[in-house]
Design a protein. Structure first.
Length: 141
């Protein structure tokens, strides 16, 4: 729902192309990349990533009985995963919401962060690269 509201707002402000759903503003793109990079370095990102990397541990440590308990567990774990990836998904507005190559690149970044043993470090290195690219875009705009 937040992504839909963001899309509508960006279209209303003429910051999103209706044809391919990419940002029409290099400044907005730079700010999104910079924000994504900085978020990758925060303790909140690292805490969410830690939980998302081990769903089995989450289930064992947060078990709730019954359908309501399962719903609560699912919502709770979903919030951790959202906290882990929300800003990376916001980058879809830069590369194109319907651009399958861009979607695959972002999915690969999430996959590396969550599954590889050095995923936490990859998130930090990726954060530095994203922030640097965002600064570069802002400098050029």
């Amino acid at each position: 729902m937040a992504a839909t509201l963001a899309k509508w707002g960006l279209e209303w402000w003429a910051l999103l192309s209706p044809m391919d759903m990419t940002t029409t503003s290099a400044r907005l793109g730079g700010l999104l990349f910079l924000a994504a990079g900085l978020y990758q370095l925060t303790p909140l990102k690292q805490a969410c990533l830690l939980v998302c990397r081990s769903p089995f541990d989450f289930v064992v440590n947060h078990w709730r009985d019954g359908a309501v308990g399962a719903l609560r567990m699912g919502l709770s774990h979903g919030l951790y995963c959202l906290g882990c990836c929300w800003i990376l998904m916001a980058l879809l507005f830069v590369g194109g919401v319907m651009n399958l190559l861009w979607v695959a690149v972002l999915a690969a970044v999430v996959l590396v962060e969550k599954l590889l043993p050095l995923g936490v470090w990859m998130a930090r290195i990726g954060g530095l690269l994203l922030a640097a690219y965002g600064i570069g875009l802002l400098a050029m705009s």
